[in-house]
Write a protein that binds this ligand. Sequence first.
Ligand code: BG6
Ligand code: MG
Length: 219
Amino acid sequence: MKAVVFDLDGVITDTAKYHFRAWKHLAESIGIHIDEAFNEHLKGIGRMDSLERILKFGGRAPDFSEEEKSRLAEQKNEDYRRLIAAMTPNDILPGIQDFLEELRNAGIKIGLASASKNGPFILKSLQISSYFDTIVDPAKLKKGKPDPEIFSTAAVQLGAEPRECAGIEDAVAGIQSINAAGLFSVGVGVPEDARPDWRVASTLELTWDSLRKHWIEKG
Ligand code: BG6
Ligand code: MG
């Protein structure tokens, strides 16, 4: 294995609660009520696509122009940025920093494949930017997860073949993206039917030794 590609939200840090709070606030301002179960369907999904899903869910999709939708998404992001402004290295999920350290020591390249445009800002707040050899810019992609484009692009940027890489995800759409791109897929807390190559219940289980072992077993 030559490279490991990380999703951000839900793998490196738990921002789902902040995304949810910001979306809920926004949705309520236009009369739509969303709950945590609905939020599950927004994981891994880009900002505009998430907004479209919320509007559709509330039956309000036809009510807004493209310009108004951009403004709504911007409003959500401002709210979200306020919520994540105070993030520190204490917000790194358990075991992740040690895992990054092990990968670096083993000479494994490290990439970020997040749909979030706030990715670089969050890595900086968590003080782990220096571990990353590359970050895929989601603004340059044609299609979001579950399309394979983001993980395929990460492999190209890291100079590795997809089969020489692992991708780590907490979202079903993310596992679908990794599998379609042909990387070894690792699912953190994903349902069995998401079909990851290796499923872990918590980020604490992620170590270079066990990742390599599972990757070799797959053949
Ligand atoms: C993903 C999150 O990582 O990024 C989604 O799981 C989020 O919930 C998406 O909508 C886009 O994030 P941002 O920060 O660009 O609005
Ligand atoms: Mg995620």
